[in-house]
Design a protein around this ligand. Sequence first.
Ligand code: UT7
Length: 322
Amino acid sequence: MKYARIAGTGSYLPKRVMENAELEQMVDTSDQWIRERTGIERRHIADDSETTCDLAEAAARNAIEMADVSVNDIDLVIVATTTADCVFPSVACLLQSRLGITNASPAFDVQAVCAGFVYALGVADSFIKAGNAKTVLVVGAETFSRILNWQDRNTCVLFGDGAGAVVLKASDGPGIHSTHLHADGRYEELLHVPEGVSRGYADMQQQAYVQMRGSEVFRMAVSKLSEVADETLKANNFDESDLDWLVPHQANLRIIKATARKLSMTMEKVVVTVQDHGNTSAASIPLALDVAVRDGRIKTGETMLLEGFGGGFTWGSALVTF
Ligand code: UT7
């Protein structure tokens, strides 16, 4: 059996940085509240002409360069996103064309909001394990700023835009040891954009936007992330002390600290980017991963737990040796 090994990582952030101070001018909030409750200090915001596929392309090119593969070796493209450029084609198809991949291999999007990247990684891993792909581009990319209500302080201070990518190659050893994906659709109303194409828009003047009951989502995230971490270690006969790194979804520093505590990991072993990126949904894990790979923290042969939780609810994890 083949395993999926990460051969390259990449990321991209829009140029425009929005500091907490700017949000103080827009809604009834404060830099102090945002830092204390979330750990966020700033986030990047795409400009009007920049789309999710633009961010995805820049991140993908960085990952492909590091992996040193030719684009027509890529035999599967998966993009995790909630904020696609258009209803269709998928961002993955747009990206395939932008990158000049002409080998007619499959390309599709995965929609699991903030758990999207671990979902996409799970799908890619299955393709490689089954022998149906050898070189897979997996991207998490979002322009979440487009689905925010900039008058709602409960949500607009939390999110940012960005993209992260990995190139996976079939290998004789791990790589990805296992992925664990879950969903519970009963919680739709705690975190959702309730309008859309088929339901329609209640008011065509108004964009559909993120609505969240934050403290309830917070409690659920802490509990499910800790459950899935246990499940992952157990499935692989790993002990907490076997983990070199935790690379979590970057929604809230307090959630990240709670997960690290549960795994008895010191914060030195946790990759934290939420202060600079905010919550970039499906992009947050590959963005954090790329930052820690490129600054030399995560080294070849080290083992990390990736985990994410998002609307749906959806949640999941991946145990990966880099
Ligand atoms: O990535 C997908 C998953 N998403 C998450 O994991 C997010 C999970 N939730 C959270 O991160 C936190 O619940 C929040 C950061 C969203 C909120 O933090 P909290 O400590 O749970 O606060 P809260 O919702 O209980 O609100 C506390 C107070 C409220 O005021 P009252 O009712 O106590 O007077 C809010 O109205 O804070 C108020 N508040 C704000 N105040 C200043 C809410 N947002 C803001 C704000 N600035 N931006």
